[in-house]
Ligand binder design. Structure first.
Ligand code: SER
Length: 626
């Protein structure tokens, strides 16, 4: 039987033999795309190439990409553990063609790999093709269907609707019809009873999609219409864990050698065995799944924290600790002890795990310890709420209290209910759901952005002159309206710009656009798909006139000074603490700088003073020299 390591390698070897460049997985944490927090599909790292913003370096590429589906459009978190096929982190095997081969080769190679290399049973395979969508003017993908007919019986080629067979990255962006490959893993007896064909895309855990071949040819615009991409693209994605189930003839992802070593490690640390008790099994799956996500997120530069992506990671870790606490009896930190098993299993394919073992271990242990303290505080609060409810003769606690425990102390409803049940109390579920809905509405309103299509005044690319000058003659190439929370702003792309865009945590330049009779304030500069876009509050009366773009130079100088200070800070930290210190993020503005770095424990006040003194000394020397 092929091991998971052999399967991963065989995929990459196969596509290398077909002229593909094997590239590493992109980090799972996305830093430079405002529309994404985490990588949720293999194609994310190629988005700019697909849109034609970046040059094509290799026209054929393959990889195994670490993906995370815990926020935004794809969010599977609450399912994980309760079923056996959703994961927070998973690996996606993919091959790409950027303007090179198209449907015939993509389909032929997919078939060859599955049936000749992995030797999957052809009798268990089904494929789907896009049935078309009249409203969009899209016809059935007859081309893909007739290519498939060379390999598979006609009655195994199934038409699929727009939901299943037209892949879109998001509300806007690259998209196209797709053709999926499904496998029927049921036993012969079951297969004789019901034709597998009738179970494709019907949520049967034994009849599953393993590979999606997307024929990217359009860019979905903000108003919903489709424009052709500059070049046709193949984007395929195969769920690695599911593929292992199929190749190894197992019933679930957790039965494969991707998860078994981790489940064994959980068992030996927690004194339990997988497969003996349904509730324990859920908790063991949660822990085995989440430790992968947390460890990979930390190696990719996302430490648990209180904001944005860091908060998502913190919540995942807390979810695992909590399941361990309630169902596996773990009152002390234990997750960090799983790292050696994870590394033994995945370190070869992802050496970054080995390189950062010490950091991952220490960060996880610290997080666990601090959350266990919060958990104790939450339990004390719940004790008080329960005592008050009983005193008042109530049989349940309020939804607001249950929500506070959930939101502030990381107690999900089922944990609260469990403790309440032991005390013969219930909870006002409707009240809890109402609070949850309010929070979701708040988040949605804060995040909803409406982006208009670009109005193009002139074709061309921006020339960046900001290294040499802070003022330049320019004109507007294109602009568009962006509305959020009832406020309208405009994004403007210029022919020439001296403005630095926000990048790597450094805020963008501000300044003005001046024409003969107008002065428009530029309130920020950001990068989108590699384009510097200038944010203005109102459009010039005549957008087609000539402008002088002027950077606020005093503010720029203050930003530059703080930028230099981050370098000094990094050097001082490395000198004091060691070369393992790496930058994990930073924020540089005219007023302040923040520098995130990897180290496994809190600095002592004495260490902080030493670093401050070191930076101050170098700064003084530099100022004297200047
Ligand atoms: N982009 C497609 C997916 O994520 C194929 O890679 O399924």
């Amino acid at each position: 039987m092929m091991t998971s390591k052999e399967i991963r390698k065989s995929f990459l070897d196969f596509f290398q033999s077909k002229g593909h460049k094997i590239v590493p997985s992109a980090p799972m944490v996305v830093k430079d795309d405002p529309t994404l927090m985490f990588t949720n599909a293999g194609m994310n790292q190629f988005k700019n190439i697909i849109l034609g913003n970046d040059p094509i370096v290799y026209s054929r590429v393959a990889d195994s990409q670490k993906c995370l589906r815990v926020s935004g459009k794809h969010n599977d978190l609450e399912e994980v553990g309760h079923d056996t096929y959703h994961h927070t982190m998973f690996e996606m095997l993919g091959n790409w063609s950027f303007g090179d081969y198209f449907k015939a080769e993509a389909i032929g190679w997919a078939w060859e790999y599955l049936t000749e290399v992995l030797k999957l049973d052809k009798d268990r395979l089904y494929v789907t093709v896009f049935e078309g969508a009249e409203a969009e003017g899209l016809s059935r993908d007859d081309e893909a269907a007739s290519i498939w007919e060379k390999y598979i019986a006609k009655d195994r080629i199934i038409n699929g609707n727009k939901h299943d067979n037209f892949w879109e990255m998001g509300d806007t962006g690259p998209c196209g019809p797709c053709s999926e490959i499904h496998i029927d893993l049921r036993c012969d007896e079951e297969r004789a009873k019901v034709n597998g064909r009738d179970l494709v895309n019907k949520d049967n855990p034994q009849v599953i999609e393993i590979w999606n071949n997307v024929f990217m040819q359009y860019n979905r615009m903000a108003d919903g219409h489709l424009e052709p991409l500059p070049k046709k693209v193949i984007d395929t994605g195969m769920g690695f864990e599911r593929l292992c189930v199929a190749v190894q003839g197992k019933h679930s992802n957790y039965d494969t050698d991707v998860f078994q070593p981790l489940l064994k490690a959980v068992g030996s640390i927690c004194g339990c065995e997988y497969g003996k008790d349904a509730k324990t099994d859920v908790a063991m799956r949660v822990v085995a799944d989440h430790i992968r996500t947390i460890a990979f997120a930390i190696t990719d530069g996302q430490l648990p924290s209180n904001a944005k992506a860091g908060y998502v990671i913190r919540r995942i870790l807390r979810r695992a600790v909590r399941y361990g606490y309630t169902f596996l009896g773990r009152k002390e930190a234990f997750m960090y002890k799983l790292i050696p098993a994870l590394i033994a299993n995945m370190g070869e394919a992802y050496p970054e795990l080995i390189a950062q073992q010490e950091l991952i271990t220490k960060v996880i242990k610290e997080e666990e310890d601090s959350f266990l303290r919060t958990l104790e505080t939450g339990i004390r609060l719940l004790d008080k709420v329960m005592a008050d409810a009983k005193k008042a003769g109530k049989t349940e606690i309020s939804g607001v209290d249950a929500f506070t425990l959930y939101d502030t102390f990381g107690f999900p409803l089922d944990l609260t209910q469990l403790i309440l049940k032991e005390n013969a109390l219930g909870v006002d579920i409707e009240g809890f759901n109402a609070e949850m809905q309010k929070q979701k509405d708040r988040a949605r309103n804060a995040a909803a952005v409406e982006t208009g299509d670009w109005v193009v005044l002139a074709e061309g690319e921006t020339e960046f002159v900001g290294y040499d000058v802070t003022s330049a003659e320019t004109s507007i190439l294109r602009y568009r309206k962006v509305s959020q929370k009832g406020k309208d702003q405009y994004q403007v792309v210029l022919s020439v710009t001296p403005f630095y865009a926000e990048m790597g945590g450094q805020v963008g330049d501000t300044g003005v656009l001046e024409s003969a009779n107008e002065k428009i304030e530029v309130i920020d500069t950001k990068k989108e798909n590699n384009l510097p876009v200038h944010i203005i509050k109102k459009l010039p009366e005549n957008p087609a006139s000539k402008f002088t773009a002027k950077v606020d130079t005093e503010r720029r100088a203050a930003i530059e000074a703080n930028h230099s200070a981050t370098h000094l800070l990094q050097e001082a930290l490395r000198n004091l603490l060691g070369t393992h210190v790496e930058q994990r993020g930073s924020f540089v503005s005219p007023q302040v700088l923040r520098f995130d770095f990897s180290h496994f424990e809190k600095l002592t006040p004495e260490q902080i003073r030493t670093v401050e003194r070191a930076v101050a000394v170098v700064l003084t020397l530099k100022l004297q020299a200047a």
